[in-house]
Design a binder for this molecule. Structure first.
Ligand code: ARG
Length: 482
């Protein structure tokens, strides 16, 4: 299409069309107002394509020089908000191409040699997503690092560990935080794995069947950094597949949805911990909101919203995977619908990671590097809650096992002891030795060592357990990752 033809697209695509496109259809089919976000990747891809065309003798060096000059100017214009995006030109690709041809004439028209918007858009989305994955990975690392720092300050802080949201066994608050660090570490792994499959080149597949021009696709892959660990070019090997599948976007969104699910679990806990019934933590005021009617309220809006936004990202995953389902080979316009969910997934995830990092870890201020804000831990409230729920009952059972009882009998004996404690309305460690002895004669005064929360914690020193000594080992291991 020439510039004139491109500009007249609103009237008609070509002589083939008897009437211009309806205004409604134009609005319905255009994507420029969201896909203009791909402009940088689009120009990057075009520069690599043009360089290869010139290298292979498909366009002249002069054309190449003109294209580079034109694309640089367009970059500047877009960067400085001086570029006029036209709905009539449908999408980011046609907008940039039209402007290029306006700037450098025929050279601009030659840029599209051996290329289609089908392989162009697949390339653009991959380039854009690759960079965003790197951003997400960095944010995940920062957040993990903050969690580890907060964990390190709270190794000796005891809280109740829950199953079924019932007090189960005492754990260290650090241990609880490090559970999330593990989840986010797996998320990071997933993003890195997805990146390998995102970073492959569709360009050169043209519309669907490849092209008759002698393109050097591997050269383009290398210049776009689409290479494996050994520096070998990564090129999509089937043109039909290359232009049509969006599995890489689905995979990414799936990894993002899982990461948000982890954040959502944490959010739920923050909300609970902030409530008056728990009182385990406080968030800095800048992360809470007031109520318009109840003056006493400080609401945990940020974690609540993150929990809600998780639904939104899971929805995007459903949207994208459904988009792909039932599409015949090769490219179909359905695929234009991949962008908004993908963009929103990236935005939501990045914002959420950033805000959580600051909300939990605090913010490093100015040159002094002093941290402000972050989560405030109410250690006495946590400890009191752990004392309430007979959290050391398992330790008592283990004690009886060490005295020679089979575990099942010990379990039964402790159930009776818990019942007595309930009747007397006291904790296990408040029971008199004589009451304990009545249930089992082998219980001696050394039992009170295991009934203490700290004794219980220290005992769980298996790899991955909550004993402070074990947590210190884990923290050292994790610190090497950052
Ligand atoms: N805007 C389109 C998209 O996002 C670009 C590809 C258009 N290709 C086509 N044959 N209409 O998918």
């Amino acid at each position: 299409m020439s510039t004139n033809q491109l500009d007249k697209k609103s009237q008609s695509w070509s002589a083939l069309f008897a009437e211009p496109m309806s205004e409604l259809v134009k609005r319905y089919t255009s994507s420029v107002f969201f896909d203009k976000r791909l402009w940088h990747a689009d120009i990057e891809g075009s520069l690599a394509h043009a360089e290869m065309l010139a290298h292979c003798g498909i366009i002249t060096k002069t054309d190449h020089t003109d294209i580079v000059k034109g694309l640089r100017q367009i970059s500047e214009e877009i960067h400085n908000n001086q570029f006029e995006w036209k709905l009539d030109l449908e999408d980011v690709h046609l907008n940039i191409e039209a402007r290029l041809t306006q700037l450098v004439g025929d050279a601009g028209k030659r840029l599209h040699t051996g290329r289609s918007r089908n392989d162009q858009v697949a390339t653009d989305v991959r380039l854009w997503l690759r960079d965003e994955i790197d951003n997400v990975c960095q944010l995940l690392l920062d957040f993990q690092q903050s969690l580890v720092e907060v964990a390190e300050e709270n190794i000796e802080v005891i809280m109740p560990g829950f199953t079924h949201l019932q007090v189960a066994q005492p754990i260290s608050f650090a241990h609880h935080l490090l559970a999330y660090v593990e989840m986010f570490a797996r998320d990071l792994e997933r993003f890195k794995e997805v990146r390998v499959r995102v970073n492959r080149l569709p360009l050169g597949s043209a519309a669907l069947a490849g092209t008759s021009y002698p393109l050097d696709r591997e050269r383009v892959a290398r210049s776009l950094g689409m290479v494996d660990q050994d520096g070998n070019p990564c090129v999509c090997q089937n043109s039909l597949d290359a232009v049509s599948d969006r599995d890489f976007a689905i995979e990414f969104t799936s990894a993002a949805a899982l990461c948000m699910v982890h954040i959502s679990r944490m959010s739920e806990e923050l909300v609970l911990w902030m409530s008056q019934n728990y009182g385990f933590i406080k968030l800095s005021d800048r992360f809470t909101t007031g109520s318009s009617i109840m003056p006493q309220k400080k609401n945990p809006d940020v974690p609540e919203l993150a929990r809600g936004k998780t639904g939104r990202v899971v929805g995007h995953l459903m949207g994208l995977i459904t988009l792909m389902k039932g599409q015949p080979l090769a490219y179909n316009k359905d695929n234009q619908e991949d962008k908004e969910p993908l963009f929103d997934t990236v935005d939501t995830l990045k914002d959420t990671l950033r805000i959580f990092d600051e909300m939990i870890g605090g913010q490093v201020e100015g040159k002094s590097g002093v941290k402000s804000g972050g989560i405030q831990v109410n250690a006495p409230a946590m400890q009191a809650a752990a004392l309430k729920g007979y959290a050391t009952a398992t330790d008592l059972a283990d004690y009886l096992v060490r005295k020679g009882l089979p575990f099942r009998d010990a379990h039964e004996a402790v159930a009776k002891i818990v019942r007595i404690a309930q009747e007397q309305n006291v904790g296990l460690s408040d029971l008199a030795l004589k009451d304990l002895k009545e249930i089992n004669t082998s219980i001696e005064s050394d039992v009170f060592d295991v009934l203490s929360l700290r004794g219980s914690l220290n005992a769980r020193s298996t790899l991955g357990g909550t004993a402070p000594a074990q947590i210190r080992i884990q923290i050292e291991r994790l610190k090497k990752l950052f």
